[in-house]
Design a protein around this ligand. Structure first.
Ligand SMILES: Cc1cc2nc3c(=O)[nH]c(=O)nc-3n(C[C@H](O)[C@H](O)[C@H](O)COP(=O)(O)O)c2cc1C
Length: 178
């Protein structure tokens, strides 16, 4: 069994994919992992649209290639679109009282669950926050008033080299009070 820390190291943004479809069961397993994610007041303010349809995938990719960004998605066989839902009354009240954006926090956590579940199944992912939201909503028939917060590109990586993570040192990010 893989150590959790190894899974975290293996998860990396994949920007080169094999020309190989992703099995539906593997994508559903990623959503199952997202379903188990924690959220403020257990509000679960999300909906996931999975696209692995051969005709639709290139059209989704077009919406992701805004300006010079995300050209690599032309090669990607599947996408998971993360739509923000309104959440429950308690989480909405909490967000208002505490002036915290719990829904974005929740969506970030669920999205990482997706990525880790994909990694565990030998899939590559890349979280995308830069896309033409208006066009993507139109393409996928998503209500204009809703927000698409993230898109996850999913596919089989072209190679399995694990890059060294570029991260701040632990002393830069940690205050440990004993
Ligand atoms: C909220 C968010 C938005 C991101 N948007 C993009 C994007 O639009 N295009 C892209 O290529 N990578 C995007 N990334 C990936 C980051 O660039 C990447 O996670 C970071 O550089 C760390 O590298 P790693 O994922 O390989 O560890 C995004 C990541 C996050 C968490």
């Amino acid at each position: 069994m893989k150590e959790f820390i190894d899974l975290l190291n293996e998860r990396q943004s994949c920007r080169k994919y094999l020309n190989k479809p992703v099995e539906k069961e593997k994508l559903v397993k990623c959503i199952e992992a997202a379903r188990l994610a924690p959220s403020a007041c257990n509000s679960q303010p999300w909906h996931f649209v999975v696209v692995n349809n051969k005709e639709l995938v290139p059209k989704v990719s077009e919406c992701l290639q805004d300006a010079v960004m995300n050209k690599f998605t032309t090669e990607c066989p599947a996408f998971i679109i993360v739509v923000e839902e309104s959440g429950n009354l308690t989480s909405r009240a909490g967000a208002l009282i505490k002036q915290q954006d719990y829904r974005s926090v929740d969506i970030g956590i669920a999205t990482e669950h997706i990525c880790l579940a994909a990694t565990e199944q030998n899939l590559g992912t890349c979280i995308l926050g830069w896309f033409n939201e208006k066009e993507l909503k139109k393409l996928l028939n998503i209500n204009k008033l809703k927000r698409i917060r993230l898109v996850v590109a999913v596919g089989y990586p072209e190679n399995d080299n694990i890059r060294k993570k570029v991260r701040k040192n632990i002393d830069e990010i940690l205050t440990f009070i004993e």
